[in-house]
Design a protein around this ligand. Structure first.
Ligand SMILES: Nc1ncnc2c1ncn2[C@@H]1O[C@H](COP(=O)(O)OP(=O)(O)O)[C@@H](O)[C@H]1O
Ligand SMILES: *[C@@H]1O[C@H](CO)[C@@H](O)[C@H](O)[C@H]1NC(C)=O
Ligand SMILES: *[C@@H]1O[C@H](CO)[C@@H](O)[C@H](O)[C@H]1NC(C)=O
Ligand SMILES: *[C@@H]1O[C@H](CO)[C@@H](O)[C@H](O)[C@H]1NC(C)=O
Ligand SMILES: *[C@@H]1O[C@H](CO)[C@@H](O)[C@H](O)[C@H]1NC(C)=O
Ligand SMILES: *[C@@H]1O[C@H](CO)[C@@H](O)[C@H](O)[C@H]1NC(C)=O
Ligand SMILES: *[C@@H]1O[C@H](CO)[C@@H](O)[C@H](O)[C@H]1NC(C)=O
Length: 641
């Protein structure tokens, strides 16, 4: 049994020791608290002991009081001396806007329920100041000047007996060893220590103050002689603290406290003192003083940079949009999207530079659709509406051999046309830039020729109105993923015409592909398109340009020469190294010549061209000699038939 009981007894003992660790009860005549954890002080009002062991007399709420007393009273007789020391800190919003203060207290009673907060410090009320029935002695740490009690200032220490008109008072501070006064600010939230002694024989009361870590000054801050027996008139007296707040938030803390009867107050172990709450040292208004400007500044900065960002964005993405464009809404792209799609029209995204502008590759930000954006500088506003209407109507054209025009965008002096992206680029690169692209096989070439013919047929005859291309040539034929030939850049002549004015009929097209009659009439027709198509067919078949850049030989003549000599197939591109269908190649060459016949009436229309290419109908027999004559005379005399 006893073996079981012992541990529980031990536990009880341990618990007791732990509980009283901070109260070193070395006898009835003294105590010391180095922190207040686990103590059983008698508290009232807003006084509490914080979880980390601070005695918080007031809690930061206005016009409240709080008291804390040692739980047991002390025997107090005629010659009884006593001494107290305590460490405190007072937190105020501002030194000049402070709660009222706190007091160390020796009193005949610990019932201060009749006392009032604010300037009454929780010691008296508004009608009993100085009454002998109050029976208390106090050392006030007053942080609020009060006219009513003849306070000397708003930062003083006073000896109070039964009331708040101090028997002796002094501005807070201490006398250094050299005798000079050093002031202190009570409400600075710095931890300070106060000492008070009462000599029961000489009735001498002395009070001292000093910052923490300093020992008690030799010369007291305050002293007076008073027979406290006449004040307290009791056998047993209570010792403790009182504090109050006024209109301004403040907190009063006691960190440690010791007391001795007929002996000096024991030393407080300042290493064991609890820590003050963090928020304290920077009173809230100071926090506001510092944080508010920072917050305001950052707010202004954020707002400012947002505004700058938005303005810059507006300028950067500024577009030209007019009322009439609303009907073209779906075809209108935002500049921002195009800018993003092309990574800001970066050079690395350039697909090629054409006669009218640069073409950029892009990926639309939301749909991830690949596009080619043609950027055209364009100053004139004239005719823009018609042009946009045309762009939009062209956007409605859909054929597997046409490069789809998705839409457009306008800026101050720029116009953007958004096309379907053709991954294999333009045909000219395959025909002439051999180091860049591989040679196309005959089958591929023939398919491209047929494709372009089918696209042109659609433009001329299969859509609701005739669309003229005006610039058929390999660089305007783009190749999609499957190397299908697709006509690009069709129907936009109006824009190009536009810059030179509607009156001047400026011929659009590329020398070599222009039908001879255009020089006279300036009017593109489906048959002038057929002429360019014929040239295109010869080019694709022979792998040569309309006019050889080095020898200046005309391609038509060159083909005719071979035909004359009876070796038409020698004109076929020798890069094919003989790998071609002879019938198809002969058909292509003859068709090319037929289409680019100087006599308009002899050219077939696109439907016939399709029939020849599909082998549905044999092409009419051509007399190479007569053709040659015509062409040569044409070129030499520049006379049109
Ligand atoms: N839709 C497209 N997809 C891919 N590349 C394109 C597209 N449109 C144009 N390109 C490239 O940009 C170059 C210039 O185009 P473009 O301005 O139409 O030529 P041009 O003015 O000589 O007719 C073309 O040679 C081609 O390489
Ligand atoms: C202070 O104590 C009073 C009364 O107990 C309470 O109403 C108030 O909310 C407390 N204030 C703070 C800041 O804790
Ligand atoms: C304190 O004093 C008041 C009157 O002064 C009295 O009403 C109250 O009961 C007293 N409280 C205690 C705990 O004695
Ligand atoms: C406290 O002392 C400082 C110098 O040490 C002095 O500037 C200040 O005015 C003094 N304050 C008071 C209230 O005496
Ligand atoms: C107040 O205290 C000071 C400092 O101890 C002392 O010099 C002075 O005489 C005291 N005044 C009164 C009225 O006791
Ligand atoms: C102090 O006051 C008490 C009570 O009035 C009295 O008995 C005592 O003689 C006084 N002591 C002195 C030194 O005056
Ligand atoms: C003292 O307190 C009153 C009311 O509580 C306040 O109006 C006054 O500003 C305070 N004065 C100082 C110096 O703290």
């Amino acid at each position: 049994m006893s073996s079981i009981k012992r541990p529980s007894l031990l536990l009880h003992l341990l618990f007791f020791i732990l509980l009283n660790l901070s109260v070193l009860a070395t006898g009835q005549d003294q105590f010391v608290y180095s922190g207040f954890t686990g103590t059983d002080l008698t508290l009232d009002g807003v006084a509490t002991i914080t979880p980390n062991g601070l005695l918080e007399l007031t809690n930061g709420t206005v016009r409240l009081k709080g008291h804390a007393f040692h739980p047991t009273p002390f025997r107090f007789g005629g010659g009884t001396s006593f001494a107290a020391s305590y460490l405190f800190a007072i937190y105020c919003v501002q030194f000049h806007l402070c709660g009222h203060g706190m007091a160390f207290l020796v009193a005949a009673s610990n019932n201060f329920s009749d006392a009032m907060p604010t300037q009454y410090l929780g010691l008296i009320n508004d009608h009993n100041n100085g009454y002998a029935t109050n029976r208390f002695f106090a050392v006030e740490l007053d942080t609020n000047w009060s006219d009513e009690f003849n306070d000397i200032d708003n930062n003083h220490v006073g000896i109070d007996i039964n009331g708040l008109n101090s028997v002796n008072s002094s501005s807070a501070g201490y006398y250094r060893d050299d005798g000079n006064f050093q002031n202190l600010t009570l409400a600075s939230y710095q931890v300070m220590q106060a000492w008070m002694e009462y000599d029961g024989h000489s009735k001498q009361i002395s009070v001292s103050l000093a910052p923490i870590h300093m020992s008690k000054p030799i010369k007291p801050l305050l002293s007076t002689t008073y027979n406290l027996s006449t004040v307290l008139m009791a056998d047993m007296v209570y010792v403790g603290f009182s504090a109050s707040t006024g209109s301004f938030i403040s907190r009063q803390y006691v960190l440690g406290w010791s007391f001795g009867i007929n002996r000096a107050a024991p030393a407080i172990d300042i290493t064991k003192l609890p820590k003050l709450p963090r928020e304290g040292p920077k009173p809230r208004s100071k926090v506001l003083e510092i944080v508010l400007p920072i917050v305001t500044a950052s707010f202004v900065l954020v707002v400012g940079s947002t505004v700058i960002f938005l303005v810059r964005r507006r300028i950067r993405y500024a577009e030209l949009r007019e009322d009439w464009e609303t009907e073209f809404g779906p075809h209108r792209f935002s500049y921002k999207d195009l800018f993003r799609a092309t990574q800001g029209f970066k050079n690395k995204n350039v697909l090629g530079v054409g006669g009218f502008g640069t073409v950029y590759k892009g990926v639309l930000p939301t749909s991830k659709v690949e596009i080619a954006v043609k950027r055209i500088s364009h100053d004139s506003k004239q005719g823009m509406k018609e042009f946009v209407a045309e762009v939009v109507s062209i956007g409605h054209l859909q054929h597997r051999n046409l490069v789809q025009l998705h839409g457009y965008c306008r800026r101050k002096s720029e116009l953007f046309l958004v096309y379907e992206y053709m991954s294999n680029g333009s045909l000219d690169k395959y025909l002439y830039d051999q180091d860049e692209k591989p040679t196309l096989t005959w089958a591929q070439r023939y398919r491209i020729i047929k494709g372009v013919a089918s696209g042109l047929l659609y433009l001329h005859q299969e859509w609701e109105k005739v669309v003229l291309h005006r610039d058929i040539k390999p660089s305007n034929v783009l190749l999609d993923d499957e190397l299908n030939g697709r006509l690009g850049d069709f129907g936009l002549a109006r824009l190009y015409d536009h810059d030179t004015g509607p009156q001047t009929t400026h011929v659009v097209g590329t020398i070599g592909y222009l039908a001879p009659e255009l020089a006279r009439t300036n009017k593109a027709t489906p048959l002038s398109n057929v002429f360019s198509f014929g040239m295109f067919v010869l080019e694709v078949t022979c792998g040569r340009q309309p006019v050889d850049p080095t020898s200046q030989v005309m391609l038509v003549e060159w083909v005719l020469d071979h035909w004359h000599q009876g070796f038409l197939t020698d004109a076929v591109d020798n890069k094919l190294q003989g790998a071609y269908d002879v019938d198809e190649a002969c058909l292509a060459l003859k068709l090319g010549l037929l289409c680019s016949h100087p006599l308009i009436n002899l050219r077939p229309n696109m439907r016939q061209v399709m029939e020849y290419l599909n082998g549905d109908m044999p092409p009419p027999d051509l007399n190479p000699t007569r053709m040659s004559f015509n062409i040569i005379s044409l070129m030499q005399n520049k006379v049109l038939i």
